[in-house]
Design a protein around this ligand. Structure first.
Ligand SMILES: [Zn+2]
Length: 673
């Protein structure tokens, strides 16, 4: 009762504060989010020292019912301060995304150093600021710090802090840093964590959700308004999250660019004297592409694929709520920053003279833009539930690639070679025995024996595609639209998504498959089960007439076989199915008879062995599990069919040497997305 009354009061207060806040921060645009963490940042780039230094004013609202005595902050770039940080330890000494750290170069290292924190009374709080390690006992890790407040922060109060900091950017190898005079500035400022009060995402008590920087995890933050002034040498071309408000000439050959980004949870920027900016627009969304001069001919590849993604997500999920997207094309030396997502700002990547038939630039653009929905708007916790971002996004990436560039040519499209039958983008995301390592809902850094990519990207993309095919596109899109509409800007959890799947899809799933959709979701997300069904055998046994003991008028008669009454059917035919995996899902079986007749039945897939019997006049000649290829979860498709007269099948021939080589190229690039 107490909690309820608080919530009611809080909700009224929230609505009131929300409108007050939106009026003070921005009179024009209605707030789309709670705007908890708001930053006013003013920084200067030293392009020689590779530092970004300055000051930020943080306005942070305590929207919880708790009185807080401490605030937690991320200092992500301290991951690159020493070899003992958790990131460096977990990454085997600093290799990530296919690019390693050059430890011998002193400029390779990075940090984020806070020198002063003052409140509105101008009281210095820096002595109450100390490094903590919420995830492990690694005291060398300085990627999270705690600020003890000198007076408690009450519910619904806002605190304002001025924080002076200097960030040294590392030589690019893990998303952020510099390569010569190219800068990709991400995870770069002291950033407050998320305070989750009871009831939020299942939290029992109020707690800071502010994890250390791990090698295999991304980020989580609250929404807010960012006003950022960036001072750079005059010759630099700048791109950033948000809208450019103005550009002013500064002192000593510099200029200052001012950006505004509303309802975003992060701010990233880039600069280089070499960028060539190509602009375009889609509806009322401005598109800026920051191109390397030697890639200029490929600008249209980024722009066209971005427009495809904007249109597709708007139609199938919901509207893109921002007015700008910036796409960064990194130089070869800066490929450690390729394929990354920030709100309104993504990094793609290509190679000089990459043939049009290899669709890496399109693929990475569509993938990274998709993150703007799952990472930046729905804003799930990437530390704890990476599958909700990477997995859902990979599922959409496959949909868009297949539907826009062709199921048989989504990845590879040359006149002399295309991918061939059933080689859609989704079949490239294989799902294998490695799934037994861990379930998909595990915290990212706990995949200690590998499997983060498989469980966060591949398996969710595969089970969502399976669900899509089982439910049908219309129902699946209703799930996405409902999910987006209800949870945008609100940090949904796995349970929140599953509730929507059940709400929208359960009745249809049960009607089609006489099975509970909860079982499918539970096994897909929370277990390590793998799915493998086998069509073990087919048999046709002739039904002989019972001539030996034929009875007439109660008396046994010995009659000749040819005179005996013929049985009603000629054959008793059987299809023998096996469940080799632990994952159970309803499967369809198509049976083909010698006379050309076909019958399809549904098996609930639960028994270990199952026999389907037919009394028939025509022999079964073949049978196939899942004839419409709905169940992509099945790890071995080669055992899904059985034919009495074996014939060569063109399906699933993946081992063509050329394709193998091309797939290796894609695997290399996949490390960046
Ligand atoms: Zn991704």
């Amino acid at each position: 009762m107490k909690k309820f009354s608080f919530c009611l009061v809080f909700t009224i207060l929230f609505v009131f504060l929300q409108s007050a806040n939106s009026q003070t921060i921005n009179n024009k645009n209605k707030a789309l989010s709670e705007r908890i963490a708001n930053y006013d940042i003013s920084v200067k780039l030293d392009s020689e020292a590779k530092t970004v230094s300055g000051e930020l004013t943080l306005n942070w609202k305590n929207t919880s019912p708790d009185t807080l005595n401490e605030l937690h902050f991320h200092l992500y770039l301290n991951a690159f301060k020493n070899t003992q940080s958790t990131f460096m330890q977990e990454s085997g000494g600093g290799a990530l995304r296919g690019v390693g750290m050059d430890k011998n170069d002193v400029l390779s290292w990075g940090y984020c150093q806070v020198s002063s924190i003052t409140n509105t009374k101008k009281e210095e709080l820096i002595n109450s600021f100390s490094y903590i390690q919420p995830d492990n006992k690694n005291t060398h890790d300085q990627t999270v710090a705690k600020l003890m407040l000198n007076q408690p922060l009450n519910p619904c109060e806002t605190i304002e802090l001025k924080i002076k900091f200097e960030t040294k950017l590392p030589k690019i190898f893990a998303r952020s840093g510099f390569a010569d005079n190219y800068f990709l500035v991400g995870q770069w400022f002291p950033k407050i964590g998320v305070y989750e009060h009871s009831g939020i995402r299942g939290a029992k008590n109020g707690q800071w959700n502010c994890h250390q920087y791990h090698a295999s995890s991304e980020f989580y933050a609250d929404f807010g308004v960012y006003k950022v002034d960036i001072n750079v040498p005059s010759e630099f071309i700048v791109g950033a999250t948000g809208i450019l408000l103005n550009e002013k000439t500064g002192s000593e050959g510099t200029k200052t660019l001012s950006y505004l980004a509303e309802d975003v949870l992060d701010f990233a920027w880039t600069c280089s004297p070499k960028f060539k900016v190509i602009e375009s627009e889609w509806n009322d969304v401005k598109i800026s592409v920051m191109m390397q001069p030697d890639h200029l001919k490929q600008a249209d590849r980024y722009i066209e694929s971005l427009k495809i993604a904007l249109e597709y997500f708007t139609e199938h999920v919901g509207p893109y709520p921002y007015k700008h997207v910036t796409v960064v094309d990194p130089p070869l030396k800066g490929m450690g920053s390729a394929g990354m997502e920030y709100p309104m700002f993504i990094t793609a990547g290509t190679l000089w003279k990459l043939p049009d038939g290899l669709r890496f630039p399109e693929n990475v653009t569509i993938h990274e833009f998709g993150h703007n929905y799952f990472m930046a708007i729905l804003a799930t916790n990437e530390f704890e539930e990476a599958w909700m971002d990477e997995g859902m996004n990979t599922y959409f990436e496959t949909r868009i690639m297949d539907e826009s560039y062709g199921v048989h040519s989504a990845w590879i499209d040359f006149d002399f070679y295309k991918q061939g039958d059933l080689e859609s983008k989704i079949t490239g995301y294989n799902y294998s025995e490695k799934n037994k390592i861990a379930p998909s809902n595990q915290f990212s850094w706990l995949y200690t024996s590998g499997g983060y990519g498989m469980m966060s990207y591949n398996k969710p993309a595969v089970f969502l595609s399976t669900l899509d095919k089982m439910l049908g596109r219309e129902t699946m899109d209703n799930i996405w639209k409902t999910y987006y509409k209800r949870w945008k800007f609100k940090h949904p959890s796995t349970k929140d998504f599953c509730d929507i799947v059940k709400e929208v899809g359960a009745i249809k799933y049960e009607k089609l498959y006489q099975s509970n959709i909860k079982d499918f979701l539970y096994q897909s997300i929370y277990t390590t089960r793998v799915c493998d069904y086998k069509l073990n055998s087919i048999s046709n046994t002739k039904i002989e007439p019972d001539y030996g003991l034929y009875k007439k008028d109660g008396k046994n008669l010995n009659i000749r076989k040819e005179d005996a009454p013929q049985p009603k059917f000629k054959y008793l035919s059987k299809v023998n199915l096996l469940r080799l995996g632990e994952f159970t899902v309803p499967v369809e079986i198509k049976v083909t008879f010698a006379n050309g007749e076909e019958k399809t039945t549904v098996w609930d897939g639960k028994e270990r062995a199952h026999i389907i019997k037919f009394n028939t006049d025509s022999k079964i000649i073949s049978a196939q599990i899942d004839p419409d290829y709905k169940n992509i979860l099945d790890i071995n498709l080669s055992n899904n069919s059985y034919t009495l007269k074996p014939k060569k099948s063109g399906l699933w021939k993946l081992t063509v040497k050329f394709l193998f080589a091309i797939q290796n190229v894609f695997q290399f690039f996949s490390a960046f997305i």
